[in-house]
Design a protein around this ligand. Structure first.
Ligand code: SAH
Length: 395
């Protein structure tokens, strides 16, 4: 099959040779074969050498997201092989059908050689979130590959891409089932705790799997403590803290719906008595009540949605952390996170420490925190490391 192709400017292939999977529009000399957004497209050097192929997006700074860095032409095998590799990693990690955990990120975009595709696994239910028109067009191929690789273990494939596609591309899209049947409710286990996953109405794919390791850590520090989980969503950190022996856990979020699911999760795990949901604005609540807790978790939504918003985001992290630290008791612990890709680990650490300074608190860094192994970072794509956090102890 003849693919449309781009020819790169001279010397613009070095990033691709290091397996960086993005071709920026500024690196392109010419386009051939009238490529449209979402098309598969080949990439050639200025001297005509074939570098591989990917998905094309018109009019955005990332013009091509590479799927293949070799001479292989597109075929169904590429999807099957990539998904099989991704599933094998999660099997090794014990996250597919584990006794304690059966929910994980099955495909982490560039980190699994599938740029533009997120797939989360909830005990047999796969929720897809495609970020590009290219992956949108591959949906049927991807579903077929998932069925091929997962076989009987697969219960349903649900497409949850509308919010992302509408934000990044000028198209209308409806979420919906691609294959199988959704259990009602969708349930999954993490560290032996049972969670309801709000696939259809919830945020992202329904649950925040990237905090699994950090939740376990909160559990380790929660015994006999009063814990405030700020930006709690459906209570992931709260349930972990309760499982770790917290005397009292408050889940704070601005979304009533998320809190209701969180209440059901607390009940499902036998923790209703020690758990309370609070519908409030994070900053306002912290200013008044941070003094009441031994452990505070701050896991806000991405403050920087893009690189242009980086400075404002850094200020927002500083302010948020300062408002918590200002009145937290002596020796209290703060677990603080950022999932903004545009704010790197160093910048985040500086922002949090600046917050401590303005709150007039001295802090110890007990641990630096990251995303878990089912959110891998491709060697050629350091941008894939997006989640960072700190565990701090206050003076
Ligand atoms: N920690 C969660 C994920 C957090 S996602 C987990 O482990 O599952 C971010 C959450 O912040 C969302 O649930 C969103 O509703 C909430 N949120 C956004 N802005 C807020 C604000 N100003 N005050 C309180 N909650 C807010």
């Amino acid at each position: 099959m003849e693919l449309p192709y781009v020819i790169l400017k001279p010397q613009k292939e070095s990033a691709l040779k290091r397996r960086h999977p993005w071709v920026f529009s500024g690196a392109i000399q010419s386009r051939h074969g009238k490529p449209k957004s979402g098309d598969r497209i080949a990439v050639r050097t200025a001297s005509g050498d074939w570098m591989g192929w990917g998905h094309y997006t018109k009019g955005q700074s990332i013009a091509v997201r590479m799927v293949e860095f070799t001479g292989q032409a597109p075929s169904q095998n590429v999807w099957i092989n990539r998904i099989a590799d991704a599933v094998a990693l999660r099997e090794t990690l014990g996250l597919i059908e584990g006794e304690h955990t059966n929910a994980c990120r099955l495909v982490h975009g560039e980190g699994d050689g599938l740029p533009g595709l997120i797939a989360d696994w909830y005990d047999g239910v796969v929720v897809l979130q495609v970020h590009t028109l290219g992956m949108l067009k591959e949906r049927e191929h991807l579903t077929e590959a998932l069925r091929h690789v997962l076989g009987e273990r697969l219960k349903a494939v649900y497409d949850k891409s509308a919010a992302v596609l509408e934000r990044h591309h000028d198209i209308e899209h409806a979420d919906g089932l691609l294959w199988g049947e959704l259990p009602a409710p969708v349930l999954a286990k993490e560290h032996g705790h049972r969670f309801e996953i709000d696939v259809e109405q919830g945020q992202k794919t329904g649950f925040f799997l990237d905090q699994r390791d950090n939740r376990a850590l909160v559990g380790q520090f929660a015994n006999h403590k009063r814990v405030l989980n700020v930006f709690s969503y459906t209570g992931g950190f709260s349930i972990a803290a309760l499982g770790g022996g917290a005397t009292e856990v408050h889940s704070l979020d601005s979304s009533r719906r998320a809190l209701d699911v969180g209440d059901r999760n607390a009940e499902r795990n036998g923790f209703s008595k020690q758990h309370l949901s609070i519908e409030a604005d994070a900053l306002e609540y912290l200013r008044q009540h941070a003094a009441d807790y031994d452990v505070v978790v701050l896991d806000p939504p991405a403050f920087a949605k893009g690189i242009h918003a980086k400075d404002a985001a850094i200020q927002a992290y500083k302010r948020l952390n300062a408002s918590a630290m200002r009145s937290m008791p002596k020796h209290a612990l703060l677990f603080t996170f950022s999932c903004s890709q545009a704010v790197d680990e160093q910048a985040f650490t500086r922002a949090v420490l600046a917050g401590a300074l303005s709150a007039q608190r001295t802090v110890q860094i007990l641990k630096r925190l990251h995303q878990p192994a089912d959110h891998p970072v491709a060697g050629g794509h350091p941008e894939g490391a997006y989640l960072k956090g700190l565990l701090l102890r206050l003076d």
